[in-house]
Design a protein around this ligand. Sequence first.
Ligand code: NDP
Length: 240
Amino acid sequence: MTIVALVTGGTRGIGAAISRKLKADGYTVVANYCGNDEKAKAFTAETGIPAAKFDVSDYDACQKAVADIEAAHGPVGVLVNNAGITRDGTLLKMDRNAWQEVIDTNLGSCFNMAHAVFPGMKDRKFGRIINIGSINGQAGQYGQVNYAAAKSGIHGFTKALAQEGARFGITVNAIAPGYVDTDMVAAVPKDILDKIIAKIPVGRLGKADDIARGVSFLAAKDADFVTGSTMSINGGQHMY
Ligand code: NDP
Protein backbone atom coordinates (compact mmCIF):
# COMPACT_ATOMS: atom_id res chain seq x y z
CA MET A 1 0.00 0.00 0.00
CA THR A 2 1.36 3.43 -0.87
CA ILE A 3 1.76 6.04 1.83
CA VAL A 4 -0.95 8.71 1.91
CA ALA A 5 0.33 12.31 1.89
CA LEU A 6 -2.04 15.12 2.81
CA VAL A 7 -0.99 18.60 1.70
CA THR A 8 -2.93 21.55 3.11
CA GLY A 9 -3.35 24.42 0.66
CA GLY A 10 -2.20 21.86 -1.86
CA THR A 11 -4.05 22.94 -4.99
CA ARG A 12 -2.12 26.05 -5.95
CA GLY A 13 1.17 27.86 -5.40
CA ILE A 14 3.82 26.08 -3.35
CA GLY A 15 1.32 23.49 -2.14
CA ALA A 16 0.45 22.44 -5.69
CA ALA A 17 4.13 21.91 -6.47
CA ILE A 18 4.46 19.84 -3.28
CA SER A 19 1.39 17.75 -4.20
CA ARG A 20 2.76 17.10 -7.69
CA LYS A 21 6.23 16.19 -6.44
CA LEU A 22 4.91 13.80 -3.79
CA LYS A 23 2.69 12.14 -6.37
CA ALA A 24 5.72 11.73 -8.66
CA ASP A 25 7.56 10.21 -5.67
CA GLY A 26 4.86 7.53 -5.44
CA TYR A 27 2.63 8.75 -2.61
CA THR A 28 -1.15 8.72 -2.73
CA VAL A 29 -1.72 12.46 -2.44
CA VAL A 30 -4.77 14.39 -1.24
CA ALA A 31 -4.65 18.17 -1.63
CA ASN A 32 -6.67 20.39 0.66
CA TYR A 33 -7.96 23.85 -0.19
CA CYS A 34 -10.50 26.25 1.27
CA GLY A 35 -12.19 28.63 -1.13
CA ASN A 36 -10.89 28.58 -4.66
CA ASP A 37 -13.07 25.84 -6.20
CA GLU A 38 -12.13 26.75 -9.76
CA LYS A 39 -8.37 26.33 -9.18
CA ALA A 40 -8.95 23.12 -7.22
CA LYS A 41 -11.11 21.63 -9.98
CA ALA A 42 -8.56 22.50 -12.65
CA PHE A 43 -5.75 21.09 -10.48
CA THR A 44 -7.54 17.77 -9.98
CA ALA A 45 -8.41 17.52 -13.67
CA GLU A 46 -4.77 18.12 -14.61
CA THR A 47 -3.06 15.96 -12.00
CA GLY A 48 -5.62 13.34 -10.96
CA ILE A 49 -4.95 14.37 -7.34
CA PRO A 50 -8.21 14.59 -5.35
CA ALA A 51 -8.96 17.89 -3.63
CA ALA A 52 -10.54 18.07 -0.17
CA LYS A 53 -12.25 21.32 0.76
CA PHE A 54 -12.06 22.33 4.41
CA ASP A 55 -10.86 25.24 6.52
CA VAL A 56 -7.63 24.37 8.34
CA SER A 57 -8.34 27.02 10.96
CA ASP A 58 -11.48 25.10 12.02
CA TYR A 59 -10.54 22.37 14.50
CA ASP A 60 -13.67 20.25 14.05
CA ALA A 61 -13.51 20.52 10.26
CA CYS A 62 -9.93 19.22 10.34
CA GLN A 63 -10.81 16.21 12.51
CA LYS A 64 -13.72 15.31 10.23
CA ALA A 65 -11.74 15.82 7.05
CA VAL A 66 -8.86 13.62 8.20
CA ALA A 67 -11.32 10.88 9.24
CA ASP A 68 -13.02 11.07 5.81
CA ILE A 69 -9.70 11.08 3.94
CA GLU A 70 -8.40 8.11 5.92
CA ALA A 71 -11.64 6.19 5.32
CA ALA A 72 -11.38 6.82 1.58
CA HIS A 73 -7.62 6.53 0.97
CA GLY A 74 -5.99 4.94 4.02
CA PRO A 75 -4.04 6.31 6.96
CA VAL A 76 -2.17 9.57 6.52
CA GLY A 77 1.58 8.94 6.76
CA VAL A 78 2.79 12.33 5.58
CA LEU A 79 1.20 15.62 6.59
CA VAL A 80 2.39 18.84 4.98
CA ASN A 81 1.05 21.90 6.80
CA ASN A 82 1.38 24.38 3.96
CA ALA A 83 -1.86 26.42 3.92
CA GLY A 84 -1.25 30.03 4.77
CA ILE A 85 -2.52 33.56 4.29
CA THR A 86 -1.29 37.11 4.72
CA ARG A 87 -3.25 40.09 6.09
CA ASP A 88 -0.45 42.65 6.16
CA GLY A 89 -0.37 46.03 7.86
CA THR A 90 1.69 47.81 10.47
CA LEU A 91 0.67 47.16 14.05
CA LEU A 92 -1.18 50.48 14.32
CA LYS A 93 -3.23 49.73 11.22
CA MET A 94 -3.85 46.06 11.96
CA ASP A 95 -7.20 45.15 13.48
CA ARG A 96 -7.80 42.16 15.71
CA ASN A 97 -9.39 40.18 12.90
CA ALA A 98 -6.28 40.46 10.74
CA TRP A 99 -4.21 39.30 13.70
CA GLN A 100 -6.49 36.40 14.67
CA GLU A 101 -7.19 35.15 11.15
CA VAL A 102 -3.48 34.83 10.37
CA ILE A 103 -2.66 33.19 13.70
CA ASP A 104 -5.55 30.72 13.33
CA THR A 105 -4.90 29.88 9.69
CA ASN A 106 -1.10 29.76 9.69
CA LEU A 107 -0.38 28.43 13.19
CA GLY A 108 -3.61 27.08 14.67
CA SER A 109 -3.89 24.87 11.59
CA CYS A 110 -0.67 23.06 12.51
CA PHE A 111 -2.17 22.07 15.85
CA ASN A 112 -5.54 21.18 14.30
CA MET A 113 -4.01 18.94 11.65
CA ALA A 114 -1.30 17.38 13.80
CA HIS A 115 -3.90 16.56 16.46
CA ALA A 116 -5.89 14.66 13.85
CA VAL A 117 -3.05 12.57 12.38
CA PHE A 118 -0.63 12.11 15.29
CA PRO A 119 -2.47 9.29 17.17
CA GLY A 120 -2.57 7.11 14.04
CA MET A 121 1.05 7.83 13.22
CA LYS A 122 1.98 6.93 16.80
CA ASP A 123 0.12 3.60 16.59
CA ARG A 124 1.75 2.76 13.25
CA LYS A 125 5.19 3.92 14.46
CA PHE A 126 5.69 6.05 11.37
CA GLY A 127 4.90 9.60 10.40
CA ARG A 128 6.25 12.66 8.67
CA ILE A 129 4.96 16.11 9.57
CA ILE A 130 6.40 18.96 7.53
CA ASN A 131 5.42 22.51 8.40
CA ILE A 132 5.93 25.38 5.99
CA GLY A 133 7.28 28.34 7.93
CA SER A 134 8.85 31.41 6.39
CA ILE A 135 11.96 33.50 6.27
CA ASN A 136 9.74 36.20 7.79
CA GLY A 137 9.19 33.98 10.81
CA GLN A 138 12.95 33.71 11.20
CA ALA A 139 13.89 37.33 10.56
CA GLY A 140 10.66 39.30 11.08
CA GLN A 141 9.22 41.65 8.47
CA TYR A 142 7.87 45.20 8.59
CA GLY A 143 4.08 45.19 8.32
CA GLN A 144 3.73 41.52 9.27
CA VAL A 145 3.56 41.17 13.06
CA ASN A 146 0.72 38.65 12.63
CA TYR A 147 2.39 36.60 9.90
CA ALA A 148 5.87 36.71 11.46
CA ALA A 149 4.46 35.67 14.85
CA ALA A 150 2.53 32.76 13.32
CA LYS A 151 5.47 31.56 11.24
CA SER A 152 7.89 31.95 14.12
CA GLY A 153 5.43 29.92 16.18
CA ILE A 154 5.58 27.18 13.56
CA HIS A 155 9.30 26.85 14.11
CA GLY A 156 8.80 26.41 17.88
CA PHE A 157 5.88 24.03 17.34
CA THR A 158 8.09 21.93 15.07
CA LYS A 159 10.90 21.58 17.58
CA ALA A 160 8.55 20.72 20.44
CA LEU A 161 6.49 18.16 18.50
CA ALA A 162 9.67 16.61 17.09
CA GLN A 163 10.68 15.74 20.64
CA GLU A 164 7.29 14.15 21.30
CA GLY A 165 7.24 12.19 18.04
CA ALA A 166 10.83 10.91 18.00
CA ARG A 167 10.28 7.70 19.93
CA PHE A 168 7.28 6.80 17.78
CA GLY A 169 9.06 7.05 14.44
CA ILE A 170 7.42 10.40 13.69
CA THR A 171 9.69 13.14 12.39
CA VAL A 172 8.59 16.76 12.48
CA ASN A 173 10.47 19.35 10.44
CA ALA A 174 9.92 22.79 9.02
CA ILE A 175 10.89 24.47 5.81
CA ALA A 176 11.44 28.21 5.83
CA PRO A 177 11.05 29.43 2.25
CA GLY A 178 12.36 32.77 1.15
CA TYR A 179 10.30 34.73 -1.37
CA VAL A 180 8.72 32.33 -3.85
CA ASP A 181 7.04 33.30 -7.08
CA THR A 182 3.35 32.55 -6.26
CA ASP A 183 0.05 34.45 -5.99
CA MET A 184 1.02 35.44 -2.42
CA VAL A 185 4.13 37.23 -3.63
CA ALA A 186 2.35 38.65 -6.68
CA ALA A 187 0.44 40.75 -4.14
CA VAL A 188 3.67 42.52 -3.06
CA PRO A 189 4.09 45.90 -4.83
CA LYS A 190 6.72 45.76 -7.62
CA ASP A 191 9.01 48.41 -6.14
CA ILE A 192 9.18 46.51 -2.84
CA LEU A 193 9.69 43.20 -4.66
CA ASP A 194 12.58 44.63 -6.68
CA LYS A 195 14.27 45.66 -3.44
CA ILE A 196 13.71 42.18 -2.01
CA ILE A 197 15.18 40.45 -5.07
CA ALA A 198 18.22 42.74 -4.91
CA LYS A 199 18.93 41.27 -1.45
CA ILE A 200 18.76 37.62 -2.55
CA PRO A 201 22.33 36.41 -3.17
CA VAL A 202 21.32 34.00 -5.96
CA GLY A 203 19.51 36.90 -7.65
CA ARG A 204 16.04 35.49 -8.18
CA LEU A 205 12.81 34.59 -6.43
CA GLY A 206 12.38 30.99 -5.40
CA LYS A 207 10.26 28.62 -7.46
CA ALA A 208 7.57 26.47 -5.89
CA ASP A 209 9.52 23.41 -7.08
CA ASP A 210 12.52 24.51 -5.00
CA ILE A 211 10.37 24.09 -1.90
CA ALA A 212 8.74 20.88 -3.12
CA ARG A 213 12.13 19.21 -3.45
CA GLY A 214 12.85 19.98 0.21
CA VAL A 215 9.52 18.45 1.26
CA SER A 216 10.27 15.37 -0.81
CA PHE A 217 13.56 14.89 1.06
CA LEU A 218 12.00 15.31 4.51
CA ALA A 219 9.06 13.03 3.69
CA ALA A 220 11.22 10.10 2.65
CA LYS A 221 11.34 7.02 4.86
CA ASP A 222 15.13 7.17 5.03
CA ALA A 223 15.10 10.78 6.33
CA ASP A 224 14.36 9.28 9.74
CA PHE A 225 17.40 10.88 11.43
CA VAL A 226 16.27 14.39 10.48
CA THR A 227 13.82 15.80 12.98
CA GLY A 228 13.21 19.14 14.68
CA SER A 229 15.11 20.89 11.93
CA THR A 230 14.29 23.93 9.87
CA MET A 231 15.45 23.78 6.27
CA SER A 232 15.96 27.29 4.92
CA ILE A 233 15.32 27.45 1.16
CA ASN A 234 15.83 31.10 0.35
CA GLY A 235 18.62 31.66 -2.16
CA GLY A 236 20.98 32.64 0.65
CA GLN A 237 18.87 35.63 1.71
CA HIS A 238 18.90 34.74 5.39
CA MET A 239 21.46 32.31 6.75
CA TYR A 240 20.00 30.99 9.98
P1 NDP B 1 -0.93 30.86 -2.08
O1 NDP B 1 -1.66 32.07 -1.59
O2 NDP B 1 -0.48 30.79 -3.48
O3 NDP B 1 -1.80 29.54 -1.74
C1 NDP B 1 -2.30 29.36 -0.46
C2 NDP B 1 -2.99 28.04 -0.35
O4 NDP B 1 -3.47 27.89 1.01
C3 NDP B 1 -4.19 27.91 -1.26
O5 NDP B 1 -4.30 26.58 -1.73
C4 NDP B 1 -5.36 28.22 -0.33
O6 NDP B 1 -6.59 27.60 -0.70
C5 NDP B 1 -4.86 27.60 0.97
N1 NDP B 1 -5.54 28.13 2.13
C6 NDP B 1 -5.55 29.41 2.59
N2 NDP B 1 -6.31 29.50 3.68
C7 NDP B 1 -6.78 28.25 3.94
C8 NDP B 1 -7.61 27.69 4.92
N3 NDP B 1 -8.13 28.42 5.92
N4 NDP B 1 -7.90 26.36 4.86
C9 NDP B 1 -7.39 25.59 3.89
N5 NDP B 1 -6.59 26.06 2.91
C10 NDP B 1 -6.29 27.37 2.94
O7 NDP B 1 0.30 30.70 -1.06
P2 NDP B 1 1.79 30.21 -1.35
O8 NDP B 1 1.78 29.00 -2.19
O9 NDP B 1 2.59 31.37 -1.75
O10 NDP B 1 2.24 29.84 0.14
C11 NDP B 1 2.15 28.52 0.64
C12 NDP B 1 2.76 28.51 2.04
O11 NDP B 1 4.13 28.93 1.96
C13 NDP B 1 2.07 29.46 3.01
O12 NDP B 1 2.05 28.89 4.29
C14 NDP B 1 2.98 30.68 2.99
O13 NDP B 1 2.87 31.41 4.17
C15 NDP B 1 4.33 30.01 2.85
N6 NDP B 1 5.36 30.89 2.32
C16 NDP B 1 5.21 31.47 1.09
C17 NDP B 1 6.20 32.28 0.59
C18 NDP B 1 6.10 32.92 -0.73
O14 NDP B 1 7.02 33.71 -1.04
N7 NDP B 1 5.13 32.63 -1.56
C19 NDP B 1 7.42 32.57 1.38
C20 NDP B 1 7.48 31.89 2.63
C21 NDP B 1 6.47 31.09 3.08
P3 NDP B 1 -7.55 28.28 -1.85
O15 NDP B 1 -6.86 27.96 -3.16
O16 NDP B 1 -8.84 27.58 -1.70
O17 NDP B 1 -7.60 29.74 -1.56
